[in-house]
Every structure is written in structure tokens, then in C-alpha cells.
Design a protein around this ligand. Structure first.
Ligand SMILES: [Fe+2]
Ligand SMILES: [Fe+2]
Length: 188
């Protein structure tokens, strides 16, 4: 499956700017896939589609949730920034015909992480966080670490997210806390 077939429909639904971000995420994800031994083809598909739920002309995603009988958990219900990943997993399946569960999970969990993430899921999470146009304190260190040690880079990135959310008095999703604890436990 060539990612070319996603280009037109994706630009229509998420807009050119978000599509350009997805291309950068894809390039970064492919670099990580080559280093960490993940099939490039699946990585390209997961990366190009990771933000397919971030619909450009839709500030209220409620109708899309209703149509698909999606019920938000209490954590996600509060944080609208997480909604596009929940919806994206369904759009990847019903609009882009993706049935590979690893790709669907990579789309679903790219905002929060989760316990038992696959290597592909970690790569998409990190590629989104470190693509070349991302600029924030600590991004260079996460970029360097991501080619050496994926789990260490995940812990750095999740830790950053937690600090950022705490300083903005935004609730941290349970999946994020659990993911961080899971990775830390594995290190001991
Ligand atoms: Fe996203
Ligand atoms: Fe993204």
C-alpha cells in the first residue's frame, strides 16, 4: 500500500499544514524504524495517519463520536486535545481501511501513551514529539536519546508532558501516568 493514496483525502480532512506535520512525523518515524528494526511500510502508514482525526473544519467532534458510538472515558472527556486520537483510530479504520491493530493502536495512543505499548506505538509517539519543527526545552536531548534507547526517550518525553500539564494545571491522563510507571518499573 503506497501512502500516496492517503494524500488527497488527508489534505481534504486535516488541511495542508497538519498534513505537512504528518509528513515530517513520517520521515522521523522511518528513521527510528530503521534504527529499531520495525517494518518501514507499517511505520509510514501509521505516521501519515496519526493525526487523521484532527479534522480541520470541526471544532466540535461530538457528531463524529455519536455516529460511531464512541463513549469518552472520564479523563479524555476533559481534555479536548486528546479527542483527535480517539476519533483518529476509527477514521483510520472506516475511512482509510486500516485493519492492522498495531497501526490502529499507534494512532489511538499517540497522545497519551499506554501500558504495553508496542515498538511501533512508541516510535509514532516519539516521532510526533520530536519531528524537526518541534521546538521546546529538552527536545534535542529526546531526539538524541530516541535513536539510542527508545524507552529512555519515552520516559523523557512523557516526563516533559507531565511537567507541562502540571504547570498548566491540566489533568494528566491515566494512560500517561500508567505508561510512565510501566517504563520506569521495567528499568529497575
Ligand atoms: Fe496528534
Ligand atoms: Fe501530530
Amino acid at each position: 500500500m503506497s501512502i500516496e493514496i492517503f494524500k488527497g483525502p488527508l489534505i481534504d480532512s486535516i488541511g495542508r499544514k497538519r498534513f505537512s506535520h504528518s509528513l515530517r512525523v513520517m520521515e522521523t518515524a522511518v528513521e527510528l524504524a530503521l534504527v529499531h528494526g520495525v517494518p518501514v511500510k507499517r511505520t509510514r502508514i501509521a505516521a501519515i495517519l496519526h493525526d487523521c482525526g484532527r479534522l480541520k473544519d470541526c471544532t466540535n467532534l461530538e457528531k463524529h463520536f455519536k455516529r460511531r458510538n464512541i463513549i469518552l472515558d472520564s479523563d479524555s472527556g476533559l481534555n479536548t486535545n486528546l479527542h483527535h486520537a480517539i476519533l483518529g483510530r476509527y477514521i483510520a479504520y472506516d475511512r482509510f481501511c486500516i485493519t492492522d491493530i498495531d497501526i490502529l493502536n499507534a494512532v489511538r495512543y499517540h497522545t497519551t501513551g499506554r501500558i504495553d505499548m508496542s515498538i511501533l506505538e512508541k516510535i509514532i509517539y516519539l516521532a510526533d514529539a520530536i519531528e524537526p519543527k518541534r521546538e521546546y526545552e529538552g527536545v534535542k536531548e529526546i531526539r538524541k536519546m530516541s535513536v539510542k534507547d527508545l524507552d529512555e526517550a519515552m520516559m523523557m518525553s512523557l516526563g516533559n508532558t507531565c511537567s507541562y500539564l502540571r504547570s498548566n494545571k491540566t489533568e494528566i491522563h491515566t494512560n500517561t501516568i500508567e505508561c510512565l510507571e510501566w517504563l520506569e518499573k521495567d528499568r529497575k
